[in-house]
Design a protein around this ligand. Structure first.
Ligand code: NAP
Length: 213
């Protein structure tokens, strides 16, 4: 039972993009940052519900498959759920449509209390204000022996890394320069000690860097 992180980052470690507008809520940088991942067959099936069988099947797809395997619960921040973009909408149900790809309990860290939301396909969003340790204990209980992922964004992942709670950190480094955003690596000097680090380069040019305890 491991605590996992999987993130897409740019060459300088920027994770979230910051060019969103109401007309383009993901921003143009999003497709540059996660383009290789979103092109995989697994992502297309799982997130876009595209059953045509299209999509890449190389190294990026192997990581995409691993991304969804053996998870029992997920933790994410209010930013990743989209609450910061729709703070005044009590009916906001997240970015992922009526059938989100998670299919497990998802614990959304936020200082604004909301009732839980049950979605189609097995995803339930629970909202809580808690320390990383407390949130992880809730998620581990819900995961019933499977892994827990801290899904993002960078702010929440950094908090869990600083607290020493992550066993398996996988970052797909896209060969692009964003030049803005929130940098995953800030305030994490020496993070690599205590982990075995491996790297693999995909056909897309993305470098998959994995830190395993
Ligand atoms: N590149 C990738 O792989 C990837 C993956 C996931 C997400 N993202 C992107 O990341 C962006 C969001 O990242 P972000 O760093 O801005 O935000 P975030 O990490 O998703 O959320 C941070 C927010 O969560 C709440 N929060 C954090 N810790 C808390 C705690 N202990 N208790 C209660 N509330 C807590 C706070 O919001 P409040 O105080 O307002 O409630 C805080 O401002 C999105 O644009 C998303 O698309 C990228």
């Amino acid at each position: 039972m491991a605590v996992r992180v999987d993130l897409n980052i740019s060459l300088y470690g920027f994770a979230p993009t910051t060019d969103q507008t109401p007309e383009n809520p993901f921003g143009e940088d999003w497709s540059r940052l996660v383009g290789a991942y979103a092109a995989t067959r697994t992502f297309r099936e799982r997130v876009f519900h595209d059953t045509s069988g299209e999509g890449t099947t190389g190294v990026d797809d192997e990581y995409a498959k691993a991304y969804f395997a053996e998870l029992g619960a997920e933790i994410m921040g209010a930013g990743m759920f989209g609450l910061h973009n729709f703070p005044d909408d009590p009916d906001w149900r997240g970015w992922w449509g009526e059938e989100p790809p998670f299919r497990i309990p998802v614990f959304v860290l936020t200082h604004r209390a909301r009732p839980s939301i049950e979605m189609a396909g097995g995803t339930t969003f629970h909202f809580l204000s808690a320390t990383p340790r407390e949130a992880l204990d809730r998620a581990l209980e819900a995961a019933a022996g499977k892994d827990v992922r801290v899904g993002g964004g960078a702010t929440v992942v950094r908090d869990f890394l600083k607290a020493g709670l992550v066993d398996h950190l996988h970052v797909a480094i896209a060969p692009i320069l964003l030049g803005r955003g929130i940098r995953l690596w800030d305030d994490l000097r020496g993070l690599e000690s205590g982990y075995d680090v491996t790297a693999e380069t995909a056909e897309s040019g993305a470098i998959h860097l994995t830190f395993r305890r």
